[in-house]
Design a protein around this ligand. Sequence first.
Ligand code: GDP
Ligand code: MN
Length: 379
Amino acid sequence: MDLYEYQGKQYFARFGIPSSPGGIADAAEEAVEQAEQAGYPVVVKAQVKVGGRGKAGGIKLAGNPGDVRQAADAILGMDIKGHTVHRVWVEHASDIEKEYYASFTLDRPAKLHLGMLSAAGGVEIEEVAATNPEAIARLHVNPCDGLDEATARRWVDEAGLDEVARDGAAKLLVNLYHCFVEGDCDLVEINPLILTPDGAVHALDAKVTLDENAAFRHPEWELLAGTESEDPREKMAKEKGLNYIGLEGTVGIIANGAGLAMSTLDVVNQVGGAAANFLDIGGGANAAVMTAALEVINADPSVRSILVNIFGGITRVDDVATGVIEALSSVEIRSPIVLRLDGTNAEAGRALLAPHLSDRVLAEPTMLAAARRAVELAR
Ligand code: GDP
Ligand code: MN
């Protein structure tokens, strides 16, 4: 889950990472109130979960209430790369001496955490990486060791941050690492991390991606869950308690077990199709779960065929077949559906299903044949 900049800054604050005081507003008058609180001059910033807001005109400095009103009016409702701005963050404007870049993410091939630090911040890091890669100091951190201040300080030296910024930056980076690890983030990024004329180092921007697999130990994340940028299909699936990820293709997938669901995506791909989603209905493929799964897939306008791939292990195929039959009687399916049911009690399951088959509800004996059929039907 990506956070808005203001949420990211609030998250940072819990780990002692400083940023400017400010407040959120969804109307111009409210923005003026927030500006009075923060103290002039202020900066009015579009809150959308996409970068490059500055270039798009979504960030404006304002020195008085009239300017704030004008800035908020211009920014609210603005479209930035397909995201409509519904809220602005108004914070006390900083004087900027230097703009740096700092981030932590996971380096999967190296099986280590990766910190990136650069004295050339403020511009997109992809651009720095492409044109001036040696300007980025990379630091691998072993999660078993963590990051201590001495190591952070050497890293800051290597990145060539200004002398006055070095101690402050090292402290901040240790805190940012804590935020990344204890805060269960997939990504923390500060661009720009600034040095002010009085030698302070703080976060002018915040990009935080939370690792949703850790949500069980963060009940407070509930409050952060914004719904507007969420895939509507994923939102619906979440409400129904399904393990669903929306994709770009046209073949809706229902499978039991994450491994089988992923293999199903691969096989659909292999025979020239593209899956519309990943959906693992888990072990208990009963009527209620099957109904919920079909409802979610049915609501996806790009789905043109549905592939149900169930392998009965502990789950018995005759129970699954009963669930499918019940689900089909309660959900009006838009697209043809191909069923591949195999495993424990497969014969009994297929026998139950036989009277329900038609040119809209088909059965295939193997995963490959079922994928071929579903892909053909999606054409
Ligand atoms: P992004 O464009 O979406 O990454 O938004 P940022 O929050 O990074 O802001 C973009 C740019 O706006 C920064 O790199 C700064 O140059 C400028 N900016 C943002 N806040 C301030 C501020 O408080 N004071 C000044 N002088 N410039 C700011
Ligand atoms: Mn930025």
